[in-house]
Design a protein around this ligand. Structure first.
Ligand code: PLP
Length: 504
């Protein structure tokens, strides 16, 4: 059930007025319902209970720590596609031993990071990746647990940008290569084949593709066992669709009905990687009208939320219900087509792109400057894909639990926009006093440290250099940084507070 309901014309998230939250925390604002998240998890767990699945929430759908924490507290595991996502899982207290790691371009550093954290398995997408995992695992004297990702050539009828299980996509491998690589794993002591992985696309609003994938999986698993593999896992990925327009989303039970029999027939454990199904309808993005404008025969409502916040309409032509937070006209069940008391409207943001819109030609009640607009179903691929485009600070995120309200991500300020960039007032590294022989470079994208000799040839235009602050522990070369036992991505803050630090 939706936790976003109108009461006497005003939108509520659980027991909290959305307008009050916008007043308190500003706009644009992401507002999540914890009860909705927990309800979706429960629905999945109940639907698949017969096969005791490991549900690995797909971090890419929404990677905010406060959301990951809800998943972790509910006993859910994680599906990651980068070292950064694994880092987030750890920061949220997640158990890495049940994590699965997909993605076509895992680097050696990411593979090492995952092996150090004893993940459940890599979803391997190519021979080159398999070789890389073997090499890194061998250098660490550990065995790399792998599942091979099969591209089953099934058309899941999703948007062209989100289909993954069709021949010609960059994901996975066809059945011939799959068999070759399985045989290769069998010959390599540095690797162990744990299972097979498929992800068909997203969002999928019918069960047929899963049924077809299940049948394919049974055949493949039986073949692998005949060849001497001990196959334990069948991972059918994510992709379960949700209701963006009306009631088009299926309950988890519908997917379970076709997946569970296949899992039983394959005699495997089931892993699933749902993202959107869990978080998609847990959130509304609330924005405030800045101006209205009539031009070229159209009515534009320009608000402070934009494509840098929610890029889905621009990227996937996706449909989101939009409706005023307070409205004398009740939001109908179907928001497409003509609605009495409403006018055809384009809801757009201030970013300098024509693709910066949330809704086009939508019938909406009259809106004025300062009115609040709710953009529904914003929880999946919303904040996770948001950016600072047009140098717009990212919006705050709020988690509502009954009448309780928690800020899970503070609003960015202008200083955040330039916090990671070189600034003129930095002294040059070369003139800094060297206190210790050990200097560390902070890699800009990964946040990993690399040890370098001093004096270095690095200049201001290179990476930042710093002595290690006393309370900062570097666990190993190329490993992540800990401060008082907590993983921290805020290294620049540590450096700033360290008077010895020559450069931010
Ligand atoms: C490998 C993999 N697993 C899971 C997902 C999550 O999909 P969804 O959010 O539709 O459940 C994706 C999404 O692209 C994916 O690529």
């Amino acid at each position: 059930m939706s936790q976003f309901q109108y009461r006497n014309g005003d939108l509520y998230c659980e027991d909290v007025s959305v307008a009050n939250l916008a007043e308190r925390f500003g706009t644009p604002l992401w507002i999540y319902s914890k009860a909705f998240l927990l309800g979706q998890l429960q629905q999945l767990q109940n639907a698949f209970a017969e096969v005791d699945p490991v549900i690995c929430y797909s971090v890419k759908a929404n990677s905010t720590l406060g959301i990951l924490r809800v998943m972790h507290d509910a006993g859910i595991s994680f599906d990651v596609v980068s070292g950064g996502e694994l880092y987030r899982v750890k920061a949220a207290g997640g158990d890495t031993s049940k994590v699965v790691f997909a993605g076509v371009g895992k680097t050696d550093a990411e593979i090492r990071f995952a092996l150090e954290n004893n993940i459940l398995m890599f979803d391997v997408e190519s021979e080159a990746e398999l070789d890389a995992i073997a090499a890194v695992a061998g250098s660490m004297n550990v065995v790399g647990p792998v599942a091979l990702r099969l591209n089953p050539d099934i058309d899941a009828k999703t948007h062209a940008k989100t289909t993954t299980g069709k021949k010609g996509n960059k994901f996975g491998m066809d059945i011939e290569r799959f068999r070759e690589l399985a045989a290769k794993v069998l010959r390599d002591k540095r690797l162990k084949l744990q299972g097979i992985h498929m992800h068909l696309g997203s969002p999928i609003l019918t069960t047929d593709p899963y049924e077809a994938a299940g049948q394919k999986a049974i055949e493949v698993v039986e073949g692998l066992r005949r060849d001497g593999h001990e196959i334990n896992w069948l991972n059918l990925g994510g992709g379960f669709g949700i209701s963006y327009r009306g009631q088009e989303g299926l309950p988890a039970e519908a997917y379970a009905k076709v997946i569970v029999p296949a899992v039983k027939a394959a005699k495997c454990r089931l892993a699933l990687e749902p993202g959107r199904f869990i978080v998609g309808n847990s959130c509304v993005l609330v924005s405030r009208v800045v101006y209205t404008k009539r031009e070229g025969g159209k009515l534009f409502v320009i608000q402070d939320g934009a494509m840098n916040d929610l890029i889905r309409p621009a990227m996937y032509d996706s449909f989101h219900r939009v409706w005023p937070v307070s409205s004398p006209v009740a939001m109908p069940d179907v928001v497409e087509g003509e609605i009495a008391g409403c006018e055809k409207t384009d809801v757009v943001g201030p970013v300098c792109e024509s693709s910066d819109y949330f809704a086009k030609d939508r019938y909406l009640p009259p809106m004025r400057r300062d009115d609040l607009m709710a953009i529904f179903s914003a929880g999946a691929y919303g904040t996770a894909m948001s950016s600072n485009y047009n140098s717009r600070p990212r919006a705050a995120e709020i988690l509502v639990d009954g009448s309780d309200v928690k800020v899970i991500r503070r609003r960015e300020i202008y200083a955040d926009l330039i916090a990671h960039e070189l600034q003129d007032w930095h002294p040059s590294v070369g003139s800094s006093p060297a206190k210790s022989a050990d200097f560390w470079l902070l890699a800009p994208h990964t946040g990993l440290l690399e040890k370098k000799d001093w004096p270095t040839r690095f200049t201001r235009s290179a990476w930042p250099v710093t002595p290690i602050p006393d309370d900062l522990t570097v666990r190993s070369m190329n490993s992540v940084v800990e401060r008082r036992g907590l993983f921290t991505g805020r290294l620049s803050m540590l450096m700033r507070s360290n008077p010895e630090c020559p450069v931010l």
